[in-house]
Design a protein around this ligand. Sequence first.
Ligand code: HEM
Length: 180
Amino acid sequence: MYGMAHRALRQMMVDRLGPAVWARIERETSTGPADLISLCVYDDSKTLALISASATHLGLPVDEALRDFGRYWVRYAELSSFGPIMDFTGQDLVTFINNLDRMHRSVVLAMPDARVPSFTLLDETDGRLLVRYRSDRTGLETFVIGLLEGLMDRLGEAGEVGVASREGNAIDFAIRLDRN
Ligand code: HEM
């Protein structure tokens, strides 16, 4: 993954546990400044090693740390140079999800080696959205849950996100919105 993800994780960990803990994580994973360049691409194993060391320090299972990181990523991205792109992508959840692939395509213009996922809104009924996620990566299910939760926070929605079904490289997520 692009180093932007590593920098976002560093920021999350510094915010939560302070710079000394991040320094320990860097030592434990043999990470240095050369692994934290926003526009460099690193093997996913590097990203996963950083997440799993962070999870240990947070006292969380890796999946829970990934979910927290997904939520954090939305806030991190909106403060980055991609903030305006997020504003254009949508001001409500349905519009945002429908434009998410277009948004990632514009990210790819700046980061040509990014392997971005694809999201499709399959259904919207009575405050329940069904969203299909496709990716050539595996193991990021809870990251996606965190991202969708972060998006809901950003757009003033509350509710629950869960996995509805899995098939091949596709996972369908159900979002139940609290609306009265
Ligand atoms: C401005 C906001 C965003 C930016 C700049 C951004 C950018 C990126 C970048 C650079 C990657 C890494 C690709 C790589 O290095 O190969 C990525 C991956 C990913 N993005 Fe986004 N993204 C944003 C918002 C979102 C949102 C809101 C979602 C979902 C709701 C999302 C879902 C994902 C997922 C799941 C991945 C992991 C890759 C995979 O599943 O294969 N992103 N994104």
